[in-house]
Design a protein. Structure first.
Length: 323
Protein backbone atom coordinates (compact mmCIF):
# COMPACT_ATOMS: atom_id res chain seq x y z
CA UNK A 1 0.00 0.00 0.00
CA UNK A 2 1.45 3.35 -1.08
CA UNK A 3 2.15 6.03 1.51
CA UNK A 4 -0.42 8.88 1.57
CA UNK A 5 0.57 12.12 -0.07
CA UNK A 6 1.87 14.85 2.21
CA UNK A 7 -1.25 17.05 2.07
CA UNK A 8 -3.45 14.03 2.74
CA UNK A 9 -1.31 13.37 5.82
CA UNK A 10 -1.71 17.00 6.88
CA UNK A 11 -5.49 16.79 6.69
CA UNK A 12 -5.61 13.39 8.41
CA UNK A 13 -3.55 14.61 11.36
CA UNK A 14 -5.55 17.86 11.54
CA UNK A 15 -8.74 15.83 11.94
CA UNK A 16 -7.08 13.51 14.44
CA UNK A 17 -6.14 16.59 16.49
CA UNK A 18 -9.74 17.87 16.20
CA UNK A 19 -8.70 21.09 14.48
CA UNK A 20 -11.59 23.10 13.10
CA UNK A 21 -12.20 22.96 9.37
CA UNK A 22 -11.16 26.61 8.97
CA UNK A 23 -7.86 25.93 10.80
CA UNK A 24 -7.28 22.85 8.67
CA UNK A 25 -7.81 24.87 5.48
CA UNK A 26 -5.54 27.69 6.69
CA UNK A 27 -2.74 25.30 7.63
CA UNK A 28 -3.00 23.46 4.32
CA UNK A 29 -2.88 26.77 2.43
CA UNK A 30 0.30 28.04 4.12
CA UNK A 31 2.03 24.66 3.95
CA UNK A 32 1.42 24.59 0.18
CA UNK A 33 2.76 28.15 -0.16
CA UNK A 34 5.85 27.19 1.85
CA UNK A 35 6.54 24.24 -0.49
CA UNK A 36 6.00 26.37 -3.60
CA UNK A 37 8.25 29.12 -2.19
CA UNK A 38 11.07 26.57 -2.00
CA UNK A 39 10.54 25.29 -5.55
CA UNK A 40 8.44 22.27 -4.55
CA UNK A 41 11.14 20.69 -2.43
CA UNK A 42 9.83 18.24 0.15
CA UNK A 43 9.69 19.76 3.68
CA UNK A 44 11.91 16.91 4.97
CA UNK A 45 14.70 18.46 2.87
CA UNK A 46 14.09 21.84 4.50
CA UNK A 47 14.60 23.05 8.03
CA UNK A 48 14.77 26.04 10.34
CA UNK A 49 16.71 28.22 7.87
CA UNK A 50 14.13 27.68 5.14
CA UNK A 51 11.28 28.38 7.56
CA UNK A 52 13.03 31.61 8.58
CA UNK A 53 13.43 32.64 4.93
CA UNK A 54 9.74 32.03 4.25
CA UNK A 55 8.54 33.99 7.28
CA UNK A 56 10.87 36.87 6.42
CA UNK A 57 9.44 36.81 2.89
CA UNK A 58 5.90 37.10 4.28
CA UNK A 59 6.76 39.96 6.64
CA UNK A 60 9.15 41.99 4.46
CA UNK A 61 8.07 41.40 0.87
CA UNK A 62 4.38 40.46 1.20
CA UNK A 63 3.85 42.79 4.18
CA UNK A 64 1.29 40.51 5.72
CA UNK A 65 -0.46 41.30 8.99
CA UNK A 66 1.04 39.97 12.21
CA UNK A 67 -1.85 37.53 12.62
CA UNK A 68 -1.25 36.13 9.12
CA UNK A 69 2.45 35.58 9.78
CA UNK A 70 1.61 33.83 13.05
CA UNK A 71 -0.87 31.50 11.32
CA UNK A 72 1.80 30.60 8.74
CA UNK A 73 4.34 29.97 11.52
CA UNK A 74 1.89 27.76 13.45
CA UNK A 75 1.07 25.86 10.25
CA UNK A 76 4.74 25.02 9.73
CA UNK A 77 5.21 23.99 13.36
CA UNK A 78 2.20 21.72 12.95
CA UNK A 79 3.69 20.26 9.75
CA UNK A 80 7.07 19.43 11.25
CA UNK A 81 6.13 18.44 14.80
CA UNK A 82 2.77 16.74 14.32
CA UNK A 83 2.83 15.44 10.74
CA UNK A 84 6.51 14.75 10.01
CA UNK A 85 7.56 14.14 13.62
CA UNK A 86 10.60 16.39 13.26
CA UNK A 87 11.73 18.50 16.22
CA UNK A 88 12.77 21.97 15.12
CA UNK A 89 15.40 24.09 16.87
CA UNK A 90 14.43 27.52 18.14
CA UNK A 91 13.84 29.76 15.14
CA UNK A 92 15.24 33.22 15.84
CA UNK A 93 16.11 36.47 14.05
CA UNK A 94 12.81 36.65 12.18
CA UNK A 95 11.46 40.14 11.43
CA UNK A 96 7.95 39.81 12.83
CA UNK A 97 5.03 41.69 11.42
CA UNK A 98 4.00 44.11 14.15
CA UNK A 99 0.60 44.09 15.81
CA UNK A 100 -1.09 47.47 15.54
CA UNK A 101 -2.17 48.79 18.93
CA UNK A 102 -5.86 49.26 18.23
CA UNK A 103 -8.76 49.39 20.62
CA UNK A 104 -11.81 47.29 19.71
CA UNK A 105 -14.71 49.05 18.00
CA UNK A 106 -17.69 49.30 20.34
CA UNK A 107 -21.29 50.26 19.61
CA UNK A 108 -23.32 52.29 22.06
CA UNK A 109 -26.42 50.63 23.49
CA UNK A 110 -28.58 52.69 21.15
CA UNK A 111 -26.45 51.77 18.12
CA UNK A 112 -26.47 48.06 18.96
CA UNK A 113 -30.26 48.07 19.32
CA UNK A 114 -30.63 50.06 16.08
CA UNK A 115 -28.57 47.51 14.13
CA UNK A 116 -30.54 44.59 15.57
CA UNK A 117 -33.82 46.41 14.81
CA UNK A 118 -32.80 46.53 11.13
CA UNK A 119 -32.31 42.76 11.02
CA UNK A 120 -35.02 40.17 10.46
CA UNK A 121 -35.56 36.47 10.97
CA UNK A 122 -32.65 34.25 11.90
CA UNK A 123 -30.09 37.04 11.46
CA UNK A 124 -31.85 39.07 14.13
CA UNK A 125 -31.82 36.11 16.54
CA UNK A 126 -28.13 35.44 15.99
CA UNK A 127 -27.21 39.11 16.43
CA UNK A 128 -29.28 39.18 19.60
CA UNK A 129 -27.18 36.34 21.03
CA UNK A 130 -23.91 37.97 19.96
CA UNK A 131 -24.82 41.15 21.84
CA UNK A 132 -26.98 39.70 24.61
CA UNK A 133 -24.78 36.71 25.48
CA UNK A 134 -21.32 37.75 24.28
CA UNK A 135 -20.98 34.84 21.85
CA UNK A 136 -18.58 34.67 18.97
CA UNK A 137 -20.34 34.24 15.63
CA UNK A 138 -19.33 30.60 15.13
CA UNK A 139 -20.22 29.79 18.75
CA UNK A 140 -23.74 31.01 18.06
CA UNK A 141 -24.07 29.14 14.77
CA UNK A 142 -22.79 25.88 16.29
CA UNK A 143 -25.28 25.90 19.16
CA UNK A 144 -27.25 22.67 19.54
CA UNK A 145 -30.82 22.53 20.83
CA UNK A 146 -29.66 20.88 24.06
CA UNK A 147 -27.30 23.81 24.74
CA UNK A 148 -30.21 26.19 25.43
CA UNK A 149 -31.57 26.05 28.97
CA UNK A 150 -34.71 28.19 28.95
CA UNK A 151 -35.62 27.44 32.56
CA UNK A 152 -32.26 28.62 33.91
CA UNK A 153 -31.86 31.30 31.21
CA UNK A 154 -28.39 30.14 30.28
CA UNK A 155 -26.44 28.89 27.29
CA UNK A 156 -23.73 26.24 27.36
CA UNK A 157 -21.05 27.02 24.80
CA UNK A 158 -19.40 23.77 23.71
CA UNK A 159 -15.87 23.66 22.32
CA UNK A 160 -15.36 27.41 22.30
CA UNK A 161 -12.01 28.94 21.44
CA UNK A 162 -9.30 26.66 22.80
CA UNK A 163 -11.82 23.77 22.93
CA UNK A 164 -13.18 25.06 26.25
CA UNK A 165 -16.78 24.81 27.42
CA UNK A 166 -18.38 27.66 29.33
CA UNK A 167 -21.78 28.91 30.47
CA UNK A 168 -23.15 32.34 29.66
CA UNK A 169 -26.46 34.11 30.04
CA UNK A 170 -29.52 33.70 27.83
CA UNK A 171 -31.26 37.11 27.61
CA UNK A 172 -34.74 36.97 29.11
CA UNK A 173 -36.03 39.10 26.24
CA UNK A 174 -35.07 36.39 23.74
CA UNK A 175 -36.53 33.34 25.45
CA UNK A 176 -39.99 33.40 23.90
CA UNK A 177 -38.82 34.25 20.40
CA UNK A 178 -36.19 31.48 20.59
CA UNK A 179 -38.83 29.02 21.77
CA UNK A 180 -40.90 29.85 18.69
CA UNK A 181 -37.83 29.54 16.47
CA UNK A 182 -37.02 26.11 17.95
CA UNK A 183 -40.52 24.88 17.06
CA UNK A 184 -39.92 25.85 13.43
CA UNK A 185 -36.54 24.10 13.44
CA UNK A 186 -38.17 20.96 14.87
CA UNK A 187 -40.68 20.89 12.02
CA UNK A 188 -37.78 21.13 9.56
CA UNK A 189 -35.97 18.27 11.31
CA UNK A 190 -39.06 16.07 11.27
CA UNK A 191 -39.49 16.74 7.55
CA UNK A 192 -35.88 15.65 7.01
CA UNK A 193 -36.52 12.45 8.96
CA UNK A 194 -39.57 11.65 6.84
CA UNK A 195 -37.45 12.15 3.73
CA UNK A 196 -34.87 9.67 5.00
CA UNK A 197 -32.34 12.23 6.25
CA UNK A 198 -32.19 14.17 9.53
CA UNK A 199 -28.60 13.35 10.49
CA UNK A 200 -26.30 15.98 11.94
CA UNK A 201 -22.54 16.03 12.35
CA UNK A 202 -21.42 15.12 15.89
CA UNK A 203 -18.17 16.20 17.54
CA UNK A 204 -15.20 13.85 17.77
CA UNK A 205 -16.05 10.11 17.98
CA UNK A 206 -19.55 10.49 19.42
CA UNK A 207 -21.06 9.34 16.15
CA UNK A 208 -19.40 5.93 16.55
CA UNK A 209 -20.10 5.75 20.26
CA UNK A 210 -23.76 6.80 19.97
CA UNK A 211 -24.83 5.92 16.40
CA UNK A 212 -28.45 6.92 16.99
CA UNK A 213 -27.55 10.37 18.31
CA UNK A 214 -27.04 11.76 14.80
CA UNK A 215 -30.82 11.95 14.38
CA UNK A 216 -31.75 12.91 17.92
CA UNK A 217 -33.51 16.23 18.37
CA UNK A 218 -31.20 17.57 21.10
CA UNK A 219 -28.15 17.36 18.85
CA UNK A 220 -29.67 19.38 16.00
CA UNK A 221 -28.35 22.87 15.28
CA UNK A 222 -30.38 25.80 16.62
CA UNK A 223 -29.65 27.67 13.39
CA UNK A 224 -29.69 25.07 10.60
CA UNK A 225 -29.00 25.84 6.96
CA UNK A 226 -31.99 26.25 4.67
CA UNK A 227 -30.83 23.34 2.50
CA UNK A 228 -29.09 20.04 3.08
CA UNK A 229 -25.55 19.72 1.74
CA UNK A 230 -22.90 17.07 1.17
CA UNK A 231 -20.33 16.75 3.95
CA UNK A 232 -16.97 17.00 2.09
CA UNK A 233 -15.26 14.79 4.67
CA UNK A 234 -17.49 11.73 4.30
CA UNK A 235 -19.86 12.41 1.40
CA UNK A 236 -23.03 12.20 3.54
CA UNK A 237 -25.98 14.47 2.85
CA UNK A 238 -26.76 16.35 6.03
CA UNK A 239 -28.15 19.66 7.24
CA UNK A 240 -25.26 21.77 8.47
CA UNK A 241 -25.54 24.96 10.50
CA UNK A 242 -26.19 28.31 8.84
CA UNK A 243 -23.23 29.76 6.93
CA UNK A 244 -21.49 32.61 8.73
CA UNK A 245 -21.27 34.77 5.61
CA UNK A 246 -25.07 35.10 5.50
CA UNK A 247 -25.07 36.69 8.97
CA UNK A 248 -22.04 38.84 8.22
CA UNK A 249 -23.70 40.29 5.10
CA UNK A 250 -26.95 40.91 6.95
CA UNK A 251 -25.16 42.78 9.76
CA UNK A 252 -23.24 44.93 7.26
CA UNK A 253 -26.51 45.86 5.55
CA UNK A 254 -28.13 46.63 8.92
CA UNK A 255 -25.23 48.91 9.87
CA UNK A 256 -25.74 50.90 6.67
CA UNK A 257 -29.49 51.10 7.19
CA UNK A 258 -28.95 52.33 10.76
CA UNK A 259 -26.60 55.03 9.47
CA UNK A 260 -23.68 53.83 11.61
CA UNK A 261 -20.31 54.64 10.08
CA UNK A 262 -18.14 52.73 12.55
CA UNK A 263 -15.97 49.92 11.18
CA UNK A 264 -18.17 47.35 12.90
CA UNK A 265 -18.87 43.67 12.29
CA UNK A 266 -20.53 40.70 13.98
CA UNK A 267 -17.67 40.55 16.48
CA UNK A 268 -18.37 44.15 17.48
CA UNK A 269 -21.47 42.92 19.32
CA UNK A 270 -19.22 40.81 21.57
CA UNK A 271 -16.98 43.82 22.26
CA UNK A 272 -20.06 45.88 23.07
CA UNK A 273 -21.40 43.17 25.39
CA UNK A 274 -18.22 43.26 27.49
CA UNK A 275 -17.90 47.04 27.52
CA UNK A 276 -21.50 47.63 28.53
CA UNK A 277 -21.23 45.11 31.37
CA UNK A 278 -18.15 46.97 32.63
CA UNK A 279 -20.08 50.21 32.44
CA UNK A 280 -22.65 48.62 34.71
CA UNK A 281 -19.77 47.91 37.16
CA UNK A 282 -19.93 44.12 36.90
CA UNK A 283 -16.85 42.33 38.16
CA UNK A 284 -14.21 41.87 35.46
CA UNK A 285 -13.57 38.26 36.51
CA UNK A 286 -17.23 37.47 35.93
CA UNK A 287 -17.06 39.08 32.49
CA UNK A 288 -13.91 37.07 31.77
CA UNK A 289 -15.79 33.84 32.50
CA UNK A 290 -18.78 34.88 30.38
CA UNK A 291 -16.48 35.66 27.44
CA UNK A 292 -14.34 32.56 27.92
CA UNK A 293 -11.05 34.46 28.02
CA UNK A 294 -8.10 32.40 29.26
CA UNK A 295 -6.31 35.44 30.66
CA UNK A 296 -7.96 38.37 32.40
CA UNK A 297 -5.52 40.66 30.54
CA UNK A 298 -7.54 39.99 27.40
CA UNK A 299 -10.68 41.19 29.15
CA UNK A 300 -8.89 44.23 30.57
CA UNK A 301 -8.69 45.86 27.13
CA UNK A 302 -12.36 46.78 27.47
CA UNK A 303 -11.54 49.03 30.43
CA UNK A 304 -9.86 51.34 27.91
CA UNK A 305 -12.93 51.79 25.74
CA UNK A 306 -15.46 52.65 28.43
CA UNK A 307 -17.61 55.57 27.42
CA UNK A 308 -16.14 57.94 30.03
CA UNK A 309 -14.15 60.32 27.83
CA UNK A 310 -10.49 60.59 28.79
CA UNK A 311 -10.92 57.86 31.45
CA UNK A 312 -13.45 59.95 33.35
CA UNK A 313 -11.30 63.09 33.57
CA UNK A 314 -13.34 66.27 33.36
CA UNK A 315 -12.14 68.61 30.63
CA UNK A 316 -11.20 72.08 31.90
CA UNK A 317 -13.48 73.50 29.23
CA UNK A 318 -16.42 71.73 30.88
CA UNK A 319 -15.56 72.67 34.47
CA UNK A 320 -17.39 75.46 36.20
CA UNK A 321 -15.54 78.77 36.16
CA UNK A 322 -14.13 79.70 39.58
CA UNK A 323 -14.56 83.24 40.84
Amino acid sequence: MSKPKLMDQVRAVARLRHLSRSTEESYAFYIKRFILFHKKRHPKELGADEIRQYLIHLAVENRVAASTQNVAFNALLFLYRDVLGVGLPRIENIPRARYPRRLPVVLTREEARAVIANLTGTSKLVAGLLYGSGLRLMEALRLRVKDLDFDSAQITVREGKGEKDRVTMLPQSMIEVLRAHILTVRCLHEADLRAGFGEVKLPYALERKYPRAVKEWGWQYVFPASKRSIDPRNGLERRHHLCETAIQRAVKDALRQAGINKHASCHTFRHSFATHLLEERYDIRTIQELLGHKDVKTTMIYTHVLNLGGRGVLSPLDSKQQD
